[in-house]
Write a new protein. Structure first.
Length: 136
């Protein structure tokens, strides 16, 4: 994403301690597996779908932010928020909710710090999912 009218904005970063980022899993895979009655193939499919859709939605979100399209930003952030809730990816959900709230107020400039955190949290989810080595 290239910065446009928002270049040079010095909004504070959302606060998440580096310690909690290092120690907490980005989602509770065991709870997901329990909800799926231990079906690792279905969990693998769910993880792949979440990864694919969140990557696509994140790209769309960045494009919508660059275009200053608050309605589209709100829709995509809401979609990411819902998917994250299903996965138990609470930090992703929180960042998407903050972006959605900014978009609903047509305050896209203040969504940028949350976008950076969202990107980071989605990467953590992807890396963690890959580390599980679930066959499916």
């Amino acid at each position: 994403m290239t910065t446009t009218a928002t270049e040079g904005v010095n909004d504070p970063e959302p606060e998440i301690s580096s310690e909690s980022l290092r120690t907490a899993n980005p989602f509770d895979h065991q709870s997901l597996l329990d909800e799926l009655s231990g079906n690792t193939a279905l969990l693998s499919k769910l993880l792949k779908t979440f990864g694919r859709e969140s990557t696509s939605d994140l790209a769309g979100l960045e494009t919508a932010l660059d275009a200053n399209d608050a309605a589209r930003v709100a829709r995509l952030a809401h979609r990411i928020k819902g998917s994250a809730a299903v996965m138990g990816a609470w930090r992703v959900r929180e960042q998407a909710a903050m972006i959605e709230a900014c978009a609903q107020r047509c305050d896209l400039t203040n969504a940028l710090p949350y976008l950076r955190m969202l990107r980071m949290e989605l990467k953590r989810c992807s890396d963690f999912g890959a580390s599980l080595n679930i066959c499916g």
